[in-house]
Design a protein around this ligand. Structure first.
Ligand code: C2E
Ligand code: CA
Ligand code: CA
Length: 433
């Protein structure tokens, strides 16, 4: 019996296991070759050979019985052990549909083994009808949600809400983040947390991202017309530096589609939108799976003129090296740091360190989750370029957003004095650190 720390190196001729042994693990063959055989009076019968990249002894993981054949090393081998415990843990934490299907396959296999063991003629007693268990319910829920999301795409039940992003200096409008909502016919208005994780698990998120981009092309001219109606606001069609922008949250699944950059470009050009009006929001965790592949796609997006914003910056535990290799154009400071800034000097230091890092790299920052004047003033005093949060507006439907654009006040000049109450308090906090 082996444990999962085992990394076995076996030499030619060694026995790996013998018929009749109790087994609870399988082996991945990194290098070498192994022969599976049964011993008979008139000699060994070789059943199979397994080599590098294959698995051996896997039945032990599911039949909970003894080894039905022996295995010996025919070429020096390097093996990695997979234990029953490891497999069980993975099954228990996987997607509910996969968990149910695997559970059923393993159960059927065990029933077949029991049937063989008890003689081919005696069929196992058919099980009494049992009430479906939690596995079944979880799978039904996941499948139903998938079907409903497909229907939602077809019947246009999703809606893109927009939340303002402002220039922190003078509170002028800078752009909007697109945030999806689902007008569910039975459950009412659903927040992304209630369906985006399921869309990620099933891959439907790719269709949702495309829906968001198409939806942008529909609402973009409306936003542009509203901005034209407000002389105090910048235009969507201005030069790339001052143009208003819209951001869209994309998924790790999008970053493994080789044609993603071209698909986005095509959708934008069909809608007559310049790529410099769009920023794609990615998270650090999306970069971890296939950094080289993601870099290629993001480079192509950037070449087409789109901006790339790192969302929830500071929460992803990833290496910072991607900041120098990827074409990042904005960092979004996570709202957890902004929330605790006023009370926690450490959060303040994290925000000012991110700000310093971004300035060195010449990347502007957006501070997320600003709810109070005090937070806004502290961030402005740190020279954070942009702010987003309930203080400036909650995410809202297009009609509300158009009204907001039409009536958005002209930006004020950055204050020279620091007499205003919250501003003074912000300055005090900053000098305390
Ligand atoms: P996110 O990208 O970090 O979006 C910001 C979230 O913070 C939004 O939640 C927004 O409503 C909320 N927020 C903004 N300002 C404040 C504030 O001042 N205080 C507080 N407490 N919250 C604030 P929402 O709309 O529920 O979205 C949650 C997450 O769902 C988003 O986080 C994003 O990761 C995901 N998401 C939303 N729309 C899409 C989409 O179209 N596609 C994908 N792939 N993900 C999306
Ligand atoms: Ca976002
Ligand atoms: Ca965020």
């Amino acid at each position: 019996m082996h444990n999962l720390l085992d990394h076995l190196v076996l030499q030619k001729g060694a026995a790996l296991f013998s018929e009749g042994d109790g087994g609870d693990c399988a082996y991945l063959i990194k290098r070498g070759q192994i022969e599976i055989f049964v011993r008979r009076e008139d000699g060994d019968i070789v059943l199979a050979r397994r080599g590098a990249g294959e698995i051996i002894g896997e039945m032990a993981l599911i039949d909970q019985g003894t080894r039905s054949a022996s295995a010996r090393v025919t070429e020096d081998c390097e093996l990695l052990v997979v234990t029953e415990q490891q497999l069980e843990h993975r099954i228990a934490t996987t997607d509910p549909i996969l968990r149910m299907c695997l559970g059923v396959v393993i159960q059927r296999y065990r029933e077949t083994l029991a049937l063989h063991a008890s003689g081919a003629r005696s069929r196992p007693a058919s099980k009494a009808f049992s009430v479906p268990g939690p596995e079944f319910h979880a799978a039904v829920e996941a499948l139903t949600l998938d079907q409903e999301m497909l229907r939602a795409l077809r019947l246009k039940e999703f809606e893109l809400y927009l939340q303002p992003i402002v220039h922190l200096g003078g509170r002028g409008l800078a752009g909007f983040e697109g945030l999806i909502r689902w007008n569910h016919p039975q459950r009412g208005l659903l927040a992304p947390a209630q369906f985006i994780p399921a869309a990620e698990a099933s891959g439907l998120i790719v269709g949702i991202t495309q829906w968001c981009l198409h939806e942008l092309t529909r609402i973009f001219p409306l936003l542009a017309a509203a901005a034209e109606g407000n002389a105090a606001q910048p235009l969507w069609t201005a030069s790339s530096e001052s143009a208003l922008f819209v951001t869209v949250n994309i998924s790790g699944h999008d970053l493994v589609q080789p044609a993603f950059a071209d698909t986005v470009k095509t959708i934008l050009s069909q809608g007559g939108i310049s790529p410099c009006n769009l920023k794609l929001e990615i998270t650090e965790s999306m970069l971890m799976k296939d950094p080289a592949g993601a870099a290629k796609i993001l480079d192509a997006c950037r070449l087409h003129g789109m901006g790339i914003a790192v969302d929830d910056f500071g929460t992803g535990y990833s290496s910072l090296s991607y900041l120098s290799t990827l074409p990042i154009t904005t960092l979004k400071i996570d709202r957890a740091f902004v929330r605790s800034m006023a009370s926690d000097p450490k959060s303040r230091k994290i925000v000012s360190t991110i700000r310093y890092l971004a300035r060195e790299l010449e990347i502007p920052v957006v501070a997320e989750g600003i709810e109070t004047e005090e937070q806004a003033d502290m961030l402005a005093a740190m020279a954070c370029e942009y702010g987003q949060g309930f203080l400036f507006g909650r995410p809202a439907p297009v009609a509300v957003t158009l009204e907001r654009i039409r009536h958005w006040p002209a930006p004020f000049a950055a204050p020279m004095d620091s007499d205003a109450g919250p501003r003074r308090r912000a300055a005090e906090l900053l000098t305390m650190d």
